[in-house]
Design a protein around this ligand. Structure first.
Ligand SMILES: Cc1ncc(COP(=O)(O)O)c(C=O)c1O
Length: 502
């Protein structure tokens, strides 16, 4: 039988009710300090949120919020039902010198890491990993069955056959010039992004874009607004750069700018997915975009716009990128080829205001010089030859069909179990569970039947408020109608089973 770890007592977490620091923040700081000082050891099990709330004479929501933030930042680990523990992966060197701390080169001990190294290890959990077999409905994947691999192979081979010396030497850290031109032309036309090619920096994807923005524009300890619920990959990159996250909720118009201003008036950066919020799917209204830009201009904060899947809009007029509305030069625009082409390509782009180009290019050069030149050249050929536009058109029709298949299958098989409504954009849909159903338990039951549908709570920093329904995120772009149908029937069995045992 597995040995249960003892629950630690947390003695010295006095909360000051008169303080202007919110109670959840005081609790977060207290627990973080207890972990960093070694009073709470890796693997130590924390009391239940209910018990801690009662001990501290505070609301359970305060405790849930503090735990949520520590979970998001990798200090804690936990699963519903299994309790919350101090992360086992926290390197001992993060803890202030303790007698038994590892010495250099001592075998069998965890290696000494810097504080930054420790943050990286802690934040790693935020990033999803590829799997040998992607089960439906794992979100984020494009329809690889539709990608023209023969053509791509030909374009790459042609480049390699006649490769000039210059493509084999170190290249421009900002990217291969013709690719930057092609991206600038595409963004101007398709996304109303206002830029010159000189403002385009080729990066390895949105992940590197967030990392560079955090390191070039913010200092460790600075605060960034992040959408809550929101994309864990971006949050992880910010945490790894030592940035404090200020979770900002969303409403039907997108990020709640007024709430953000109250929660963290000192924010230096705002990370948003305005075209198609990840994962809720809200498109930020024009009014809200203007309010966001006004706030950023007035406060001097940067806006990091992640336009990750904007190619996929099936109905309605495509809304132009936020960047195109920005008269104050506050928006850093990030896009990726992971969604239209494939994630392993590791190519994306940043568009930065002219005065920031040198700083971003310097940071890129010192991080990893630049992206592979021959692959960049083949991608430039792919775009200039009209293949990119053709592939977007084809996959847009294909994904619209796949979405319709999912909505129909859900209507037939998931009635009363999961509400799945069509959406005008994107590559995934939200499935809403009946009130009171725990989405983590539902996702676990689904995974046991090879249906990979992450729970909405795993995208949250603050726990859902009472009355907010749990949800499942259903990626559909990567799966054939047959796979979608089969997965829906397995999901129905899983959700019925979970309802009976719940
Ligand atoms: C919101 C969001 N941004 C960006 C990405 C893609 O990141 P990358 O370009 O690093 O592959 C994803 C992938 O799932 C995403 O969901």
């Amino acid at each position: 039988m597995a040995k249960r770890r003892a629950v630690v007592t947390i003695g010295t977490l006095g909360l000051e009710r008169a303080s202007s620091v919110p109670l959840y923040r005081q609790l977060y700081d207290g627990l973080r300090e207890a972990i960093l000082s070694g009073r709470l050891r890796p693997g130590a099990r924390l009391p239940s949120t209910r018990m801690l709330a009662s001990d501290l004479e505070t609301s359970r929501n305060t405790v849930l919020t503090a735990f949520g933030q520590l979970l998001a930042e990798g200090y804690l680990e936990g699963r519903v039902g299994a309790g919350t523990t101090v992360a086992g992966t926290l390197p001992e060197t993060l803890l202030r010198a303790r007698p038994e701390a590892a010495g250099p080169g001592r075998p069998g001990r965890r290696p000494r890491l810097s504080r930054r190294g420790a943050l990286l290890v802690g934040a790693r959990a935020a990033l999803s990993r590829g799997a040998a077999t992607a089960h439906p409905f794992r979100p984020g994947l494009p329809g690889l069955d539709a990608f023209p691999f023969d053509l791509w192979t030909r374009l790459l081979a042609r480049r390699w056959r006649r490769v000039p010396r210059q493509l084999l030497d170190y290249g421009d850290a900002a990217g291969y010039a013709p690719l930057r031109e092609a991206i600038a032309a595409y963004l101007g036309e398709a996304r109303a992004v206002s830029c010159e090619a000189s403002q385009v920096i080729v990066v390895t994807g949105a992940q590197q874009a967030v990392d560079l923005a955090a390191r070039v524009l913010l200092d460790p300890g600075d605060t960034a607004w992040v959408e809550d619920p929101g994309y864990q990959g971006a949050r992880g990159a910010l945490v790894a750069a030592g940035i404090r996250l200020a979770p900002v909720p969303l409403d039907g118009e997108g990020l709640d700018v007024r709430r953000g201003g109250r929660v963290a008036p000192d924010a230096r950066l705002i990370y948003v997915t305005p075209s198609h919020q990840y994962p809720l799917g809200v498109t930020m209204t024009l009014q809200r975009r203007l309010a966001l830009l006004e706030w950023a201009n007035a406060s001097g904060a940067w806006v990091l716009e992640d336009d990750y899947d904007s190619e996929y809009r099936y109905a309605g007029r495509p809304l132009a990128a936020l960047q195109g509305l920005d008269a104050g030069g506050r928006v850093i625009y990030a896009g990726t080829f992971s969604k239209v082409l494939f994630p392993a390509l590791r190519l994306g782009y940043l568009v930065v205001p002219p005065e920031l180009v040198d700083a971003f290019v310097a940071a890129r050069a010192l991080t990893d010089r630049h992206s592979p030149s021959v692959t960049q050249a083949a991608l430039a050929d792919f775009i200039e030859g009209g293949h990119f536009a053709r592939h977007v058109r084809r996959t847009r029709a294909l994904y619209a069909e796949r979405q319709a298949t999912l909505v129909r299958a859900a209507g037939r098989m998931l009635g009363g179990l999961l509400e799945v409504a069509p959406a005008e954009a994107g590559m995934h849909l939200m499935g809403w569970l009946p009130a009171g159903v725990d989405d983590r338990a539902a996702a676990r039951a689904a995974l046991a039947r090879d249906v990979d549908t992450p729970p909405l709570s795993s995208f949250r920093i603050r726990p859902a408020r009472g009355g907010e329904r749990g949800g499942l995120v259903l990626g559909y772009a990567a799966y054939t109608p047959r796979e979608i149908d089969d997965a829906c029937s397995r999901l129905a069995l899983a959700l019925k089973g979970a309802r009976q045992s719940g």
